[in-house]
Every structure is written in C-alpha cells, then in structure tokens.
Design a protein around this ligand. Structure first.
Ligand code: PFF
Length: 455
C-alpha cells in the first residue's frame, strides 16, 4: 500500500476516558471566557438561542462526521482522510480536509496558550491576594500592566506550553487520559461551587432574565455569524482535535451518541459559566457587555469587593486554566500524531519539537499586547490576524470539506458501517443536515468574511 505506513497509535482505554478527553477538548476558554462575553454583547437570550440551534443543528452533524473519519482512518487527520479517500476511491486531495485541521490547530494553539498564560498569571495574583485591591478605576490599568509586561506574558506562555507538552509527550494512556481523569472532575466541582456561590450572593433574577429572555433587537448578521463560529470553536471542530481523538475510539462506541453527550456537556458548561459570572456582575452593578475584558477586567473588581474574594477569584482563574489545558492538549495531539506517523519521530520528541515551534509562533501574539500593539496590517495585530484567519477561513473551510466529503463522497455503506445507526430517521436527518444545511451555513461564514471584507 502506498502512502505513509500506519503508525500504531494507542486507543482510549474506555468509553469514559474518551468522553472525558473530548469534553475536556470542547470545554475551554471558549466556554468560560468567550461565550459569556459574546452572549453579553449579542442580546443575551437571543444569542443563546441562536447558538443552541447551531450547536445541535450544525455542530453535532459535523462532529459525527469528524469522529467517523478519524476512526475509519485511524491516523492523524491528514493521513486519516487520505486513507478513507483511498478506501472510497476518491482523490488524495481530500486530505486537505485533514491538513486544514492540523495547520489550524498549530495557529490556534499559538495564541490560545498566550491567553491561557494570562489566566495563570491572574490565578496566582488572585490567590496571593495582590489583586484584592482592584476597583472599577484601576482594573483596566492592571490588565494593561500585565499584558504590557512582555517578559512576564512570555514566561506564562512558556509555562503553559510546557504543561501542554508534558501531558502530550506521555501519550494517550499515560498523558492525556491521566490528565483528564483528574482535571475534568476538578473542573466540574469548581464550576458547581462557583455557580452555587454566585446564585447565593449575586443577582440571580437579573441573570436569568439576561441569559434566557431573548432580545432580538440586538441580533445582526454579524451576531449570527459569530454564534456559528463560536459553536464550531467551542465544539473543537475543524481544527483536527475531534478527528484525532476519533482515531483512538474503539469500534464498539457509538459516535452519534458520543457527539450528543459532548455537545450537551459543552453547552451546559457555557451556560453554567454564564450563571457563575453574571449574578456577580449584576450584583456589583458592573457592565455585562464589556467584551473580552469581562473576565479579566470586570470580574476582578467584583472579586476584590466580595468577602472571600481571594478564594473565589483564585478558584475562578484555576477553573479557566484547567479548561484551557485540557483543550490545549487536544490541539497539540493532532500535530504530534502527524509528526509521529510522517517523520517517524517518537512522541516525546514530536511533542517537544511541535510545542516549541508553537511557542515561538506565539511570541507574535505576546508582542501584539505590548511592543507590537501598534504594528497592524490586514485585520490588525498579529493576534487579530491569526484569530481572523483561523476563525473565518480555516475553520469554515475545514468544516465544509468534512461535510461535503462525508455527505457526498463516502459510500452509504461505509458510513452505515461506521455509525451503525439505530434509527433510520435519525440517520436520514443527519445526512440531510450534513449534505445541505452544514455546507450552506459554513458558506455563510465565508460570505460574512466577504461582506466584512467590503466594509
Ligand atoms: N473548544 C475549545 C474552547 O472552547 O476553548 C477550543 C478548541 C480546542 C478549539 C480544540 C478547537 C480545538 F480543536
């Protein structure tokens, strides 16, 4: 057989281990940092409703397709898609659907790690009590003093990438599984504690009204596109992670059922994050639509005022850091799996080499906060450009290719073999969404890109 020799990757040791890992990938900065502020900007409940429709109508069908491709190909995304394309008698070029994921993961992890480093910095400063004096007048300045401090931001970026490398280098059983088995229960425990605390001391009534009472007047085409992009990002789609994790799933695990559980858990965490954050924001009379600064600038003001704020604030940033780490390992994994297969480099060397390359690229994003803050081209700073390129081009393109390949180019019999559908109606509905609705919606992100390009 031509092409790369199949490398023997480990399988997940149980269905539960796979679920923890996949939910760990999905639950990340996207849920706790991004979702609440995007909901805050996009009309609260209206954004939440549109988001839910995208998660289950578009995200879940694409996730099932990605998991199927991964498991059928049994290799890193580019080689998995190439192998399935070969089995189906299709062109090698379809491997672009896997390549876009690996390249996207590389780019996204470079800046994801910088933001994750920032959460580590805030966590340490919260627990040590040094930000317990912040108030509305100086919180933004404090944020500026941290992000403006190049060596400090670089150090935290290095520490976070170091942690990510250390996990991935240990392999599926010794690294990824072990990490998620400890970290995911911890994440859920901290989240539940924070929600209970926020509900008890904060303004729960305003929060429910804000998150669940839709205000459609704030919804624009931009909001809709943002909700779709957020659904994809939050479910870890089109960046290689879910496909790579799919390659390690034992044959007897139901992929459609898994996809629904992953999406359900991911959405639950996003909403719970809202229920942990907004009661406090409203109780202290702060601004819910503060944008990216909601978590780093607005919330610390509340933590500083509340009794026990040192612990609550510290726990909140610990939660963010854990969520970020279990996502970051899923971004490094497809790259490492590919290096192992293609170059025959062992896992430890692949993880270190790949991780260092990502760290170096991330320096551009660290600089975007300080020395290069004024160096702008195309869409803004280096960080803005990486964010735009991955969110608006690579992600929709990758998702589109996966949907078209699985929906239109794979034989029904192969898909049935992989999914073992229990309900004919469910299977038909999934195929319909994948063939018609997903390509259309992903095309919409492109149109949004063209639309914004004109402005
Ligand atoms: N889903 C993660 C989050 O919400 O933060 C981010 C992510 C991880 C995106 C892995 C894509 C990915 F492949």
């Amino acid at each position: 057989m031509a092409g790369p020799a199949p490398a023997a990757h480990e399988n997940w040791s149980s269905r539960l281990a796979f679920m923890f890992a996949a939910i760990g990938s999905a639950v990340g900065l996207g849920n706790i940092w991004k979702f609440p502020y995007e909901a805050g900007e996009g009309g609260g409940g209206a954004f939440v409703l549109i988001y839910l429709a995208f998660v289950f109508g578009i995200g879940v069908p694409v996730m099932i397709a990605e998991l199927s491709l991964g498991r059928r190909g049994k290799m890193s995304p580019p080689n998995a898609v190439r192998s399935v394309a070969k089995q189906e008698g299709r062109s090698n070029l379809w491997s672009i659907a896997g390549w876009s994921g690996v390249i996207g993961a590389f780019l996204v992890l470079s800046f994801y790690s910088v933001i994750a480093g920032l959460t580590l910095s805030y966590m340490v400063d919260s627990f040590s009590g040094s930000i317990d004096t912040l108030d509305a007048s100086n919180s933004a300045d404090y944020f500026g003093s941290i992000t403006g401090n190049f060596p400090l931001l670089l150090l935290w970026h290095a520490i976070f990438m170091g942690l990510t490398i250390a996990v991935v280098a240990r392999g599926i059983h010794g690294g990824l599984e072990k990490a998620v088995t400890w970290l995911m229960p911890a994440l859920f425990a901290i989240l539940i504690l924070l929600v209970s605390y926020a509900m008890a001391v904060g303004d729960a009534a305003s929060t429910f009204k804000f998150l669940f009472q839709p205000d459609f007047s704030k919804v624009t085409l931009e909001t809709v596109i943002q909700a779709l992009g957020q659904a994809f990002f939050s479910l870890s789609l089109a960046l290689g992670s879910i496909m790579a994790y799919g390659a390690y799933v034992p044959k007897d695990v139901s992929l459609p059922k898994s996809a629904f559980i992953i999406a359900g858990a991911d959405t639950a965490v996003a909403i719970l994050a809202g229920l942990a954050i907004f009661p406090i924001v409203f109780h202290y009379g702060l601004e819910p639509g503060a944008g990216p600064g909601l978590v780093f600038i607005t919330l610390p003001v509340a933590f500083a005022q509340m009794p026990g704020g040192i612990l609550v604030g510290g726990a909140f940033f610990l939660l963010l850091a854990i969520a970020a780490l279990t996502s970051a390992i899923s971004l490094l994994e497809p790259i490492v799996a590919w290096l192992e297969e293609h170059r025959g480099i062992n896992r430890v060397k692949s993880a270190i080499g790949g991780g260092i390359a990502i760290f170096i690229l991330g320096i551009g994003s660290v600089l975007s906060f300080n020395y290069w803050a004024d160096v702008t081209f195309l869409r803004g700073t280096v960080l803005d450009n990486l964010d735009f390129l991955t969110n608006n081009i690579i992600m929709p393109l990758g998702g589109l290719l996966v949907a078209v390949f699985v929906g239109w180019r794979m034989k029904r019999i192969s898909i049935r073999d992989e999914l073992a559908p229990k309900s004919e109606f469910g299977f038909a509905l999934w195929l319909f969404m994948l063939r018609y609705v997903c390509p259309l919606a992903l095309g919409l992100i492109f149109m949004g890109f063209a639309f914004r390009g004109l402005l």
